[in-house]
Ligand binder design. Structure first.
Ligand SMILES: [Zn+2]
Length: 282
């Protein structure tokens, strides 16, 4: 995983970087321990609050040299006791690709995902819009919701409150990008490669004058789970033009989006706390 937390705020995920880690732990016990021959670096998993061990901090011990954290799998004195049940249930433990079809056992967790989308869809859409460089139309969001529901996206173990924006996006199908506002790189791809579509000066995807034989779609593909080779999770955004008669498609633009599993939870959690506060007092 590429997030961690510390004892003073164990559920709050922090992006794992050398700088953040040193600042939060002050490079001191109980997090940093010198056993006489080796320096061991520990922290907490923000999802299950079990101890995690940092790999590649200061000295690279794998060829890839990417700093990451893994569950320690045992108690670490002064940091936390290992809780096997929480560990087994932890969404950041053995994270799965969005393609894997493992169903979650907990119906309560499934409902939690649905309620998060019902109550906080704007957060999910905000994250996706920022990552993709697109402003989604309401029709596109409606389509994504329909696909997610039909795919029963909330029932898959891979989709969690920690990666919800990207898990949500991945459990959808190709959807119409017409009318979306796009960033300059996407606009350049569309304007260079599309036959029937263009991006106007206001950066909206429009249909060119003339025949209407094609549609423009976007979809998400190729999820890679963050590991020692690459700290962040990756997902590809693909914009394609499809000939409706022949179903032949042309890729107009493709880009890789990286995201830190764990960070969305902070945003979601705060919104949920505020929602409950308002409900309680008003
Ligand atoms: Zn965990």
């Amino acid at each position: 995983m590429n997030v961690f937390s510390i004892k003073t705020n164990p559920k709050s995920a922090i992006t794992l970087t050398q700088k953040n880690y040193n600042e939060k732990t002050r490079r001191s016990a109980p997090y940093v321990v010198n056993d006489g021959t080796t320096i061991h670096s520990y922290a907490l998993c923000p999802a299950c609050q079990n101890p995690v061990t940092l790999v590649n901090r200061n000295v690279a011990s794998t060829d890839s040299r990417v700093l990451y954290a893994k569950h320690s799998g045992r108690s670490v004195p002064g940091v936390a006791d290992h809780d096997q049940a929480a560990y087994k249930d932890c969404p950041l433990h053995n994270p799965e690709r969005f393609d894997s079809k493992t169903l979650r056992e907990s119906v309560a967790r499934n409902d939690e995902i649905l309620n998060a989308l019902r109550n906080h869809l704007h957060l999910v859409v905000n994250v996706l819009e920022k990552a993709t460089g697109m402003k989604f139309t309401d029709a596109l969001v409606a389509g994504l919701l329909e696909d997610f529901k039909s795919n029963s996206g909330h029932k898959y173990r891979a989709v969690t409150l920690y990666n919800l924006p990207f898990g949500f996006a991945y459990m959808t199908e190709g959807r119409d990008a017409w009318g979306c506002r796009v960033s300059e790189d996407i606009a350049a791809g569309i304007n260079a490669n599309s036959t029937e579509f263009e991006v106007d000066k206001y950066m909206f995807v429009k249909r060119k004058e003339g025949v209407k034989l094609r549609r423009i779609n976007l979809y998400f593909d190729n999820h890679r789970v963050g590991n020692e080779d690459c700290g962040s999770d990756l997902v590809d955004l693909v914009v394609v033009e499809i000939d409706t008669a022949t179903d032949v498609s042309t890729v107009l633009h493709e880009k890789t989006l990286s995201f830190d599993s764990g960070l969305f939870f902070n945003t979601y959690h705060r919104s949920e706390r505020l929602r409950l506060l308002a409900q309680k007092h008003l």
